[in-house]
Design a protein around this ligand. Structure first.
Ligand code: MBD
Ligand code: FE
Length: 283
């Protein structure tokens, strides 16, 4: 069931902006002067080169200025950057890490979700719509040995495509949990299959998408962050084979290694099951 009040771009954007400010990620002074000069200089040069190459008009320049102002007013800098830039940052930074592939975090992670021992069931409403999904797997190191103390944080949209804490009227921890694997690294989690996700169409990013004639869709996905003491954490997403947007994700975050193959439950229970194993690299 689609919610009556779907919320606005400004509501979701402002929350994502506040959350980022509170996350401890913005360091401000942490980047050395030489790198600031190099990177800001390269970005400014790239923009100037585009003006020359495409003979940008004053009308286009002013449209850009108005739009950039709107991105900030709508709180959509996290959305804009995570959709159109984070995938390359993630690629560059995960190149040399062995083990399970990662992908972008996106704007809707919330830390400190409820800690649940495996086998776990994520928070759902009594009348929750959708296809139940049993998700299981095992954590090993790069030599195939089980890892102790592993945890798997998940967050995903509901079957209408809404994220808790970023859309109105949803329980705070709906489809958000931190599952503790057992001593052999095994985990089992019961959740629901999420719907494809459309980024807000009524804010600055939506305005760009419609002005350019693009689409606003991400394929259905489950966000996951895995970690274990002594191992490098991995932030990733899992996708469902056959989703029409796997091939044209607006956020360019799909990888072939991130497909979750679901099958009907073998024990006769309703819904589907799928497994995915995590291989973590030592710190
Ligand atoms: C999402 O759910 C998401 O995962 C990304 C990357 C961007 C916007 C919304
Ligand atoms: Fe998402």
């Amino acid at each position: 069931t689609r919610q009556e009040n779907e919320g606005t771009a400004v509501e979701a954007g402002s929350k994502a902006t506040e959350r980022f400010a509170a996350s401890g990620k913005p360091t401000g002074t942490g980047v050395p002067k030489e790198r600031v000069s190099l990177l800001a200089g390269a970005l400014i040069k790239a923009a100037n080169d585009i003006v020359v190459e495409h003979e940008v008009t004053y009308e286009e320049y002013n449209a850009l200025k108005a739009w950039l102002i709107k991105v900030g007013n709508d709180g959509e800098w996290p959305l804009f950057l995570d959709v159109w830039l984070e995938h390359t940052v993630e690629d560059v930074n995960s190149q040399d890490r062995p083990g399970t592939k990662g992908t972008i975090e996106g704007p809707y992670y919330v830390p400190n979700s409820p800690v649940l021992d495996s086998p776990a069931t994520v928070e759902m409403r009594d009348d929750e719509d959708g296809v139940p999904l049993q998700f299981s797997g095992q954590f090993t190191d790069t030599d195939g040995n089980p890892i102790q103390g592993a945890q798997l944080e998940i967050w995903h949209a509901d079957s209408a495509g809404f994220y808790s804490q970023y859309a109105p009227g949803l329980p705070d921890w709906l489809f958000r949990a931190n599952v503790q694997a057992d001593s052999e690294g095994h985990f089992v989690l019961h959740t629901m299959r999420p719907a494809p996700y459309q980024i807000p169409t009524d804010g600055a990013c939506g305005q760009l998408i419609s002005a350019a004639g693009w689409h606003a869709w991400r394929p259905a996905h489950i966000h996951i962050k895995v970690s274990a003491p002594g191992y490098q954490p991995v932030t990733q997403q899992l996708y469902f084979p056959g989703d029409p947007h796997n091939a044209d994700d607006i956020a360019s975050a799909v990888k072939p290694e991130l497909m979750l193959n679901t099958t009907p439950r073998t024990d006769g229970a309703a819904g589907e099951e799928a497994s995915y194993d995590y291989v973590l690299a030592k710190v």
